[in-house]
Design a protein. Structure first.
Length: 133
């Protein structure tokens, strides 16, 4: 199962996914972490099921979003151009029918990270993937 890592390693408010990656990588089998560089084209444009790990402004705890969150996405002043591009590209690919199931594991921008919760989320996603749901 591929997990796409988004963010900017050089900006503290946007590098939490990389911290999670360092802490969790290798602890759960069947996970393949793919780092997506800022402004890089999305490597999953033709995949129906996508899982993303990224920092999200305005949440207070680790939160799992599905594809319905795209309708509620508010484009606000971004930390980097990449932040706007991700939301826009996801919505665009979904509208074109290229993405069906999107799961975003959102990390709160200015709160401590519950690594145990993230670990359990990943284990649940792997179990669902193995079962084919």
């Amino acid at each position: 199962m591929d997990i796409y890592i988004f963010g900017n390693k050089d900006i503290a408010e946007d590098n939490l996914a990389f911290k999670v990656l360092r802490k969790i990588k290798g602890k759960i089998t069947n996970l393949n972490f793919i780092v997506v560089a800022p402004n890089e084209d999305l490597p999953f444009a033709d995949k129906k099921n996508v899982i993303i790990l990224d920092t999200i402004q305005g949440i207070n705890e680790v939160t799992v979003f599905d594809e319905t969150f795209l309708d509620k996405l508010i484009f606000s002043k971004s930390i980097s151009v990449h932040d706007f591009d991700l939301g826009f590209q996801l919505a665009y690919l979904q509208k074109l029918g290229k993405l069906k199931n999107i799961t975003v594991i959102g990390l709160p921008q200015s709160k401590s990270i519950d690594y145990n919760l993230i670990h359990s989320i990943f284990k649940k996603l792997v179990a669902q993937d193995i079962q084919g749901s």
